[in-house]
Design a protein around this ligand. Structure first.
Ligand SMILES: Cc1cc2nc3c(=O)[nH]c(=O)nc-3n(C[C@H](O)[C@H](O)[C@H](O)COP(=O)(O)OP(=O)(O)OC[C@H]3O[C@@H](n4cnc5c(N)ncnc54)[C@H](O)[C@@H]3O)c2cc1C
Length: 564
C-alpha cells in the first residue's frame, strides 16, 4: 500500500489537542493562519507521498556506497533531496533574513513526521541541516552566518554533526580531536569522527561539518570542548566552494538498516575550520543542534510508526485466514485488532507529545514554556522512538510470515527505525537527563504538567467520568512518584528507575491527550481513547512501582552475579 501522509491527525492535534492557537496568536507567528497551515501541510504531503515514499525501498536495496573516496547515494535520492530543498522544507523554521520561512517549529515537526514516514534514510539529511541552521543562528558570528546560512537553508549545501569518536560515544567529554589556531582566525582540525550521518553525498555543492574538538588550552571533559565549522570545500572570496579541505570519508558503516543514509568514518587532517560560539563553549553551542535533533529523532520514530501501521493495516484488511467473521480478513480477529489498535493508539500518543513539545518550543520566549519544552524533549525523543520500534515490530507480526520476507517492506521499517533509540543520545541517556538535569528545578516543570493533566481530567468528568477518573488517578500516582524521585539525593536512586519513569510519564501524557480527543465528540477517536486509557495507561502502575525501588536491590546484583 502506498504511504499517505497523516495530515488529518496532525491537523486534529493542532486544532483540538496541543494548543497551536496560542502559537498562531503570537506576533511572531501571526502568519500561521488556518489557511496557511492547510496549504503547508497539503503541499508537504504531496511531495512526501509522490516523491519521497517511492524512494524508501531504493535506499534499502541500493545502499549508499563509497567509490574511490566519493559517496554515491541511492538511486533517486538526489531528486528527492532536490524536491525537499526546492519546497523550502529544510528552512521552514529558519530566519527569513537568510531565506528561511520563519514558520513555527510545530509546523516543521509536522512536516518532518510526514517526511520520516515516507523515507527515513533520506529525511535524516534535512534533519541534520535543520539542526545545524539553528546552531549557527544562535551561536555563529555574523560572517559565518552570512556565508553559510543562505546556502544551508536553500539546500545548495548541507550540514552534519560530528561528536562521536571511538572512545567518546555517550561520554562526549572523552573526545580527542584537536584544534590548533592558525594565527589568521581559522583553526587546524585533526582527529577521527565515527558514525557521521550523511558525512558526504553526491548531490550538494558542499558539505558543512560542525565538529567538536579541543583547543590546546582546553581542559579535559566537556568544559574544554569547542565547536568548529569545517566545510568540505573552503568557500572562496565570492562565497562559492573553492579549495578542497583536508578531510575525507574513510569508510561507510554496514548497518542493520537505514541503508540509504551514508554513515561515515571521517578523518580530519589539519582541516581548516572556524570557531562557532566562544572558545571552550562548544557543548552549549552543540546542545542547540542536539535539542533540535532530539525532538526531530523522536519524530522520526513517529513517522516510521505511521508508515508501518499503514502497511500492516492494509495487509490485515486483505489477508484471509481462519474463521474471522465479517469480511473474513485477519483484521476481524481479536488479537490482530489488539495489535492494530495498540499501534494506532500509541502512535497518536507519541505524536501528541512531540507536537506539544514543539508548541512549547514556539512559545519559549516565556520561561515557563521554555522549561516545559526542556522537560518534554527527552520524553518526545525516547517515547517517540520506542513507539516507532514497537509499532514496526508489531507491523512485522501482523504480516505473519510475510513480515519476515523483505518484499513486503514491513521488515525494513523495523530495521530502519531501530537506530533512533540509539543515536542522538541513547534513550537511557534521555531518561537520565529527565530525572536529573530536567528536575534540577525541584520538579516544578513536571508538576506544572501534572496540574494541566488533572485540570483536563476535571473538565472531562461530566462527559467522560470513567476515563477522566482513570487519567486523574494516574496523574496523582505519577505526582507521588515524582515527589519521591526529586527527594532522592543519591542520583543512582533516580537513574535506576529513569527509563521506567520516562515511559510512565509518557503513558500518562498519552492518557491526557487521548482524553482531549474523546472530548471533541469524534466517536472513532473516543473509542480509541477508551482502548488506550483502559488497556495501555495501566502500564504506568508497574513502571512507577519499579521506579520507587531506587537503586538498592538493582545494584545489589553484582557484575559477578551477571556472569554466574
Ligand atoms: C546509524 C548511526 C548514525 C549516527 N549518526 C551520528 C552523527 O551524525 N553524528 C554523531 O556525532 N554521532 C552519530 N552517531 C553516534 C551515536 O550518537 C552514538 O552511537 C550514541 O550516542 C551512543 O554512543 P556509543 O555508540 O558509543 O554507545 P555507548 O556510549 O558505548 O553506550 C553503550 C550502552 O551504555 C549505555 N551508557 C553509556 N553511558 C552511560 C551512562 N553514563 N549511564 C548509563 N548508561 C550509559 C548506553 O545507554 C548504551 O546502552 C550515530 C550512530 C549510528 C549507529
Amino acid at each position: 500500500m502506498a504511504y499517505q501522509s497523516p495530515i488529518n491527525d496532525l491537523r486534529f492535534l493542532m486544532d483540538h489537542v496541543v494548543g497551536f492557537d496560542a502559537v498562531a496568536a503570537t506576533d511572531r507567528y501571526a502568519e500561521a493562519t488556518p489557511d496557511m497551515v492547510d496549504a503547508i501541510l497539503t503541499e508537504a504531503a504531496k511531495m512526501c507521498d509522490a516523491v519521497l515514499a517511492p524512494l524508501q525501498r531504493n535506499g534499502d536495496l541500493h545502499p549508499a556506497v563509497l567509490e574511490n573516496g566519493v559517496v554515491r547515494t541511492s538511486p533517486g535520492f538526489a531528486d528527492g533531496y532536490r524536491a525537499i530543498a526546492e519546497g523550502g522544507w529544510i528552512g521552514m523554521s529558519a530566519d527569513p533574513e537568510n531565506g528561511g520561512m520563519g514558520l513555527p517549529m510545530t509546523l516543521t515537526t509536522a512536516v518532518n513526521d510526514m517526511m520520516s514516514g515516507a523515507c527515513l534514510s533520506l529525511q535524516l539529511n534535512p534533519l541534520m541541516c535543520q539542526g545545524q541552521i539553528e546552531a549557527l543562528e544562535h551561536h555563529a558570528n555574523d560572517a559565518i552566518k552570512a556565508l553559510y546560512l543562505p546556502k544551508l537553508i536553500s539546500g545548495e549545501w548541507c550540514g552534519t554533526m560530528n561528536l562521536t569518536e571511538p572512545q567518546a560515544g555517550s561520554d562526549v567529554g572523552a573526545l580527542r580531536s584537536k584544534a590548533e589556531p592558525n594565527g589568521d582566525g581559522s583553526y587546524a582540525i585533526s582527529g577521527q569522527k565515527i558514525y557521521i550521518s550523511w558525512g558526504d553525498n553526491d548531490f550538494t555543492e558542499n558539505v558543512c561539518h560542525l565538529v567538536l574538538a579541543r583547543l590546546p588550552d582546553g581542559v579535559p571533559g566537556t568544559k574544554g570542548i569547542s565547536l568548529f565549522m569545517v566545510p568540505k570545500f573552503i568557500p572562496d572570496g565570492d562565497g562559492n566552494p573553492g579549495e578542497r579541505n583536508s578531510l575525507r570519508v574513510v569508510s561507510l558503516e554496514h548497518k542493520l538498516g537505514l541503508h540509504g543514509s551514508p554513515t561515515a568514518v571521517m578523518e580530519y587532517d589539519g582541516a581548516t575550520g572556524w570557531l562557532v560560539g566562544p572558545e571552550h563553549g562548544g557543548m552549549a553551542a552543540m546542545f542547540t543542534m542536539m535539542n533540535n535533533a532530539r525532538l526531530g529523532v523522536g519524530v522520526q520514530g513517529i513517522g516510521v510508526a505511521e508508515g508501518a501501521y499503514q502497511h500492516a493495516l492494509a495487509y490485515a484488511q486483505d489477508r484471509k485466514q481462519g474463521r474471522a467473521g465479517g469480511t473474513g480478513a485477519i483484521i476481524e480477529h481479536a488479537d490482530v485488532r489488539r495489535m492494530l489498535a495498540t499501534m494506532k493508539a500509541d502512535t497518536y500518543a507519541a505524536r501528541a507529545i512531540a507536537m506539544a513539545c514543539a508548541v512549547a518550543i514556539d512559545l519559549s520566549d516565556d520561561p515557563a514554556w521554555q522549561a516545559r519544552a526542556a522537560f518534554l524533549t527527552p520524553i518526545a525523543k525516547a517515547f517517540g522512538t520506542d513507539t516507532g520500534i514497537a509499532v514496526a515490530e508489531s507491523g512485522v507480526q501482523v504480516h505473519g510470515g510475510m513480515g519476515f520476507i523483505e518484499e513486503t517492506g514491513a521488515a525494513q521499517y523495523a530495521r530502519d527505525v531501530r537506530v533512533t533509540a540509539i543515536y542522538e543520545g541513547t534513550n537511557g541517556i534521555q531518561a537520565m537527563d529527565l530525572v536529573a538535569r530536567k528536575m534540577m528545578d525541584g520538579g516544578d516543570a513536571a508538576s506544572a504538567l501534572l496540574d494541566e493533566i488533572e485540570a483536563g481530567s476535571e473538565a472531562a468528568k461530566a462527559t467522560h467520568p470513567a476515563l477522566a477518573e482513570a487519567v486523574w488517578q494516574a496523574a496523582e500516582t505519577l505526582r507521588e512518584t515524582t515527589e519521591w524521585l526529586t527527594a532522592q539525593d543519591d542520583l543512582n536512586d533516580r537513574f535506576a528507575g529513569a527509563v521506567p519513569y520516562l515511559r510512565a510519564f509518557a503513558r500518562v501524557l498519552g492518557g491526557h491527550y487521548h482524553l482531549a480527543a474523546a472530548m471533541t465528540g469524534d466517536t472513532a477517536r473516543a473509542r480509541l481513547a477508551t482502548f488506550y486509557i483502559e488497556r495501555l495507561l495501566p502500564e504506568h502502575i508497574g513502571l512507577l512501582a519499579h521506579v520507587r525501588q531506587g537503586a538498592g536491590t538493582l545494584l545489589a546484583i553484582t557484575p559477578d552475579d551477571l556472569v554466574a
